[in-house]
Design a protein around this ligand. Structure first.
Ligand SMILES: Cc1ncc(COP(=O)(O)O)c(C=O)c1O
Length: 390
């Protein structure tokens, strides 16, 4: 079956954050929204059908996960990553961001230090600060167009930390960490005795020849000291369903984290979450392959057009996912606010402000290209016109 990613679907008026929050954020609605990381593609039919079938029953009571939900995850991660998982290793989590919050609460105390690698997905820092923990930064370094780890900085940062939140693959850098990089991270974590939260929400969207390696599979030590989060939500464009899962191998770590969640009753799924995940993981491979091809063609289009006509804006080419970090430093704006205003008020595009991912993101904007080609074309046209006026 060939899926249609060119279809234009009106999302305004559906309370979609990406569309209907623009007025509040930027004071105007006449922008092409290319910020919040969901897709403008139709959620795949096999997921919609599974939800419809359940709706037809017409009693939406409390629901627990079926064995087939766990089996679908177990099969998916084994097939894609050779990651062997058993039922007891798994736990349904109502969203990775809440999951990270609960893990931070369960595994650390107020005042504990937790390391992150900015520029990085902003809720990491928010959770650390919001729970009274202390963020310690080991910033990534942009080398030849790829964000790299500074291992000395990471070693220094991890000394005295209780936890490290790894973004694997990395958002907004789009980096798929290699086996060698992850092994080095593992050695440093072991030397510092630091437990790792590995956020792997972008794992299923890695572009060949890159390959996703679940951090917990890299060495025997990290297997015992890692909480892995994965999810079908972002990959299959159903983040509104709120569905993700944790994987923890070590029974003692499991007791601390899953015990905390269960004692506080923090992880009840909604009536659609388990069945939507199961449908995604059992029927989703073909859709995912086609979606990634389409997203990659959009990424190439953006990169080529920038190189040809807007050379002062450089795409940090993602090795995974549909988000492009744009290096706009050569545009020469004095402040990030001026850069953002250029995109909003001149190009009429709503992008994520790079500095929300940490001060290391200053001078960058994050562009979401999970949209029909015609929309990406239009956005490039608007950007080119604004660029020409500079
Ligand atoms: C790295 C990362 N983690 C987590 C999330 C969101 O996860 P959830 O919607 O399950 O809380 C995102 C969404 O963009 C993300 O990029």
């Amino acid at each position: 079956m060939k899926y249609n990613f060119d279809e234009l679907i009106e999302r305004r008026g559906t309370n979609a954050i990406k569309y209907d929050a623009m007025k509040e954020l930027w004071g105007r609605e006449d922008l092409i929204p290319m910020w919040v990381a969901d897709m403008d593609f139709r959620t795949p039919s096999f997921i919609l059908e599974a939800i419809r079938r359940r709706l037809d029953h017409e009693v939406l009571g409390y629901t627990h996960p079926a064995d087939s939900y766990y089996e679908a995850i177990i099969h998916w991660v084994d097939k894609r990553y050779g990651m062997k998982v058993e039922r007891d290793d798994l736990h349904y989590i109502p969203g990775i961001v809440p999951g990270i919050h609960h893990a931070v609460c369960a595994l650390t105390e107020k005042g504990d230090k937790i390391a992150i690698q900015p520029p990085v997905y902003h809720p990491f820092r928010q959770i650390i600060e919001g729970t009274g923990r202390v963020p310690v930064c080991a910033p990534l370094v942009l080398r030849d167009g790829r964000f790299c780890m500074d291992f000395d900085a990471l070693r220094r940062a991890l000394e005295g930390c209780k936890l490290f939140i790894l973004c694997n693959p990395h958002n907004p850098g789009g980096v798929v960490w290699t086996q060698e990089e992850l092994e080095e991270v593992s050695r440093i974590c072991e030397a510092c005795g630091v437990t790792v939260i590995s956020d792997e929400i972008h794992a299923d969207m890695v572009f060949a020849p890159h390959r996703h390696r679940p951090f917990a599979t890299v060495t025997p030590w990290v297997r015992e000291h890692t909480v892995t989060f994965m999810a079908p939500s972002k990959v299959f464009n159903m983040p509104g369903i709120i569905v993700s899962q944790a994987i923890v191998y070590n029974p003692e770590l499991r007791e601390r984290f899953y015990g905390y969640i269960d004692r506080n009753d923090l992880a009840m799924g909604n009536v659609f979450s388990y069945l939507a995940a199961e449908a995604a993981y059992t029927e989703g491979e073909e859709w995912l392959t086609q979606m990634l091809d389409y997203a990659q063609a959009n990424i190439r289009l953006v990169d080529e057009r920038l190189k040809e006509r807007m050379p002062k804006i450089k795409a940090v080419l993602p090795e995974a996912s549909f988000l492009i970090f744009l290096d706009c430093r050569e545009l020469g704006f004095a402040t990030q606010a001026e850069l953002e205003s250029f995109f909003v008020n001149e190009a009429r595009l709503g992008l994520n402000n790079g500095s929300m991912f940490g001060e290391e993101g200053t001078g960058f904007m994050r562009l979401n290209v999970a949209a029909p080609r015609s929309v990406v074309e239009q956005a490039l046209q608007q950007l080119e016109e604004a660029y020409a006026r500079l």
